[in-house]
Design a protein around this ligand. Sequence first.
Ligand code: G6P
Ligand code: ZN
Length: 567
Amino acid sequence: MDSLSLKVIQVPTTPYTDQKAGTSGLRKKVKVFRQPHYLENFVQSIFLSLTPEEYQGKALVIAGDGRFYNDVAIQIIINIAAANGVHDIYVGLDGIISTPAASALIRKLNEKNGADYCVGGILLTASHNPGGEDEDFGIKFNSKNGGPALEHLTNKIFEHSKTITSYPTLEAQVKVDISTVGKHSIGEGVSVYVIDTTEDYVELMRSLFDFESLKAFVNRPEFKMLFDGMHGASGPYAQKIFGTIFGLPETSLLRCNVLPDFGHGHPDPNLTYAEKLVKLMGVFAPSEDSPDFGAACDGDADRNMILGKNFFVTPSDSIAIIAANAKAIPYLRDGGVAGVSRSMPTSGALDRVAEKLSLPLYEVPTGWKFFGNLLDAGKITLCGEESFGTGSVHIREKDGLWAVLCWLSILAHANEGNTSGKLVSIQDIVTKHWQEFGRNYYQRYDYENLETADADKVFKQLEHEMPVFIAEGEGNTAVNFTYTDPVDGSVSANQGYIFRYGDGSRFVFRLSGTGSSGATIRIYLEKYARDGIDAKAEDALGEIAARALKACQIEGLTGRTKPTVIT
Ligand code: G6P
Ligand code: ZN
């Protein structure tokens, strides 16, 4: 192509008023993104929120989880990025780069080429939400540390989106073939690199874990595992690591082909939506024949669910147990753990570990971006959330496959020298942990797709209830959570209502920031037990649940008699 093809034109546009990003970027139905200039406006608002020095002549990553509209959006963004003066554009093969791999790639590009080489990435994903023509699409910007843009930047993007009048693009629109790996010059030194990102990501994982011993462990005759890619972006990575490198049979890898509609599924790895895996693992109907280990990742591969034989590991326990077993994971054993962090609604299981190991613990609001500053400042090494997110300092996103590799490492370590023919199981590991640290019984109720006005009424009601709850018992507190970032001093208010009993048990209310329509209220229930660790969560939490439901009057105010999902 000749250089004339890079003639830039300004396309006039009018602003949309609804481009405010939620917890993880802008998420809407595909048809919203298909409105004239909708995507273009948002993309240009990102550029307007950066300084030209940050991106002109520099690199940009465009990642996607493979969902419907990814292919169209990628081409639009390539043209706008080139028109803004970006020189090197990195796209995954077939447009697919998982969210953790995108974070890793941005960081690697900057490590290799100088810290200002890559301005960051535009990630096309609605994470765990369904895909397809009538379903969800999403877009977010990750900064050059590989982490989601911080609030001051997302606010700026929103402000620009409300006043934008034009955006630049190439006069002769280019369409890059993203189905083959290689460098595509599109003119005037501007190149699109179509890369096989599994390579970089797999090398990163290899540097953190002991692949040889994991391979030996998963091939033990008495061990059987299943991985469910839910037709999302984890599939190619799982096939490479578990299939090609570890040599697991195809039958161990479920739904690892990426589909634009996730096979009509809801790519959210939890007990409700990973139904088939949960059944095969015997979580609700125990069987002697259930496999020993099961795991799933969400659409963009940053979330994870961990299962054992007939057993579910709650995400809150997962991060606590990874922290307690850091010595089983080579890079944590060698590098140590500087500190740990969890989101506010995540259970205090991690706090018990931090206390015992004398590790600093930080409680941040919901949203992975809040871990970024703590990780960058070296204050923490591990972090996790109740919403099936677990991660570490190796990147600036949560990382589904990394979590699976952590658990496999813990299992392998626990079974070193065990020749009895009966493996130490996931359940054994979790039970031992509870015996040592106590158990934080935990459940989450989700009320999805409420009328926004009804959800507001519930929170008003809770404000009335706060003083009532405080007066009810000695040591009771009720607060609206505010976070002050210890690194940059920024303040995030209104992050959820915490009703806490004197003994540390609590119930918490939050409005979800990731839904794509209506409002979702989440109620988080937690009770700590030093002993008596064998109850069912719903039994141990019965009284707390009843008090929480009374506090919010959700049935009367919204007409909902029960949650949409309980996890
Ligand atoms: C995304 C973010 C997480 C966050 C979760 C919460 O997955 O990456 O950091 O915990 O959303 O979603 P919610 O719907 O509860 O706001
Ligand atoms: Zn996700």
